[in-house]
Design a protein around this ligand. Structure first.
Ligand SMILES: *C/C=C(C)/C=C/C=C(C)/C=C/C1=C(C)CCCC1(C)C
Length: 247
């Protein structure tokens, strides 16, 4: 019986990309089980947030299962699977921001602004990777994607999301700051992967390094685990501490 589509049973010890695909898959799966089970321990108002956390890691787990096989059998970037995963999970992360600020008056319009910006960010990134990755113009799509990314960072740190979270104060403000750090630092790993993985990714500059599929996937896999599981854990600790406060 073979483990992978290419008929092999595993991967070489120095194949770090395959390792992160495999470990990422297991970590996402375990995190989903954790979020789904712990959901019963938090108060009602946090149950939807916990469900969304579990869905984010669950959707990623299924995609990692397929991406791992795709990479093992072709050695290429699973671009389409990667972006299908992100197109489902990033908007769900925007929903998390909406849910935690809802008590303080979070509106649907804020949610749609965040989702709209994340769609622009991902569509531009997809075009850059799927059609321009080998060309020195890939940076144009990366820059457009980056502009949408900075809009999200701004919304969370200074814009409507920050204002609402701060007016709610306490744990909500704290959780928003934590999630904001994930968006600012954790999400920044993705454009780094893009720059290293596409030709001329950084404003068309020749960095003297070859566009590297392996480094790109390594960055994306590490960032996914950090951000998707980390986001869920922040929500979880917020929900649990709120439990204690009201108990
Ligand atoms: C769970 C998946 C997440 C949180 C994915 C986030 C992806 C990004 C923040 C991607 C950003 C990009 C840029 C800012 C510019 C270059 C192209 C992208 C799409 C890699």
């Amino acid at each position: 019986m073979s483990l992978f589509l290419d008929g092999s049973l595993g991967f070489a010890p120095d194949d770090y990309v395959s390792f992160t695909f495999f470990a990422g898959y297991m970590a996402m799966l375990a995190a989903s089980v954790f979020f789904f089970f712990e959901r019963s321990r938090v108060s009602d108002e946090w149950k939807t947030s916990m469900l969304v956390s579990g869905l984010i890691t669950g959707i990623a787990a299924v995609h990692y299962y397929y991406m791992r096989d795709f990479y093992a059998s072709t050695g290429e970037s699973p671009v389409v699977l990667r972006y299908v995963d992100w197109t489902l999970t990033v908007p769900l992360m925007c929903v998390e921001f909406y849910l935690i600020t809802k008590k303080a008056g979070g509106t649907k319009s804020i949610l749609w602004k965040l989702i709209g910006a994340s769609v622009v960010m991902l569509v531009c990134g997809y075009i850059g990777e799927a059609f321009y990755a080998d060309m020195s113009s890939s940076w144009v799509w990366g820059a457009l994607s980056g502009a949408a990314y900075f809009y999200i960072v701004w919304m969370v740190f200074r814009g409507d999301v920050a204002k609402l979270a701060n007016s709610a104060g306490g744990q909500v403000a704290k959780a928003n700051k934590m999630l904001g750090k994930f968006v600012l630092i954790g999400w920044a790993i993705y454009p780094i992967g893009y720059i290293l993985g596409t030709t001329g990714g950084l404003f068309g500059m020749d960095l003297g390094i070859n566009a590297n599929t392996e480094v790109l996937n390594l960055c994306y896999n590490i960032a996914d685990a950090v951000n998707k599981i980390g986001f869920g854990l922040v929500i979880y600790s917020l929900a649990i501490s709120d439990n204690k406060a009201t108990a």
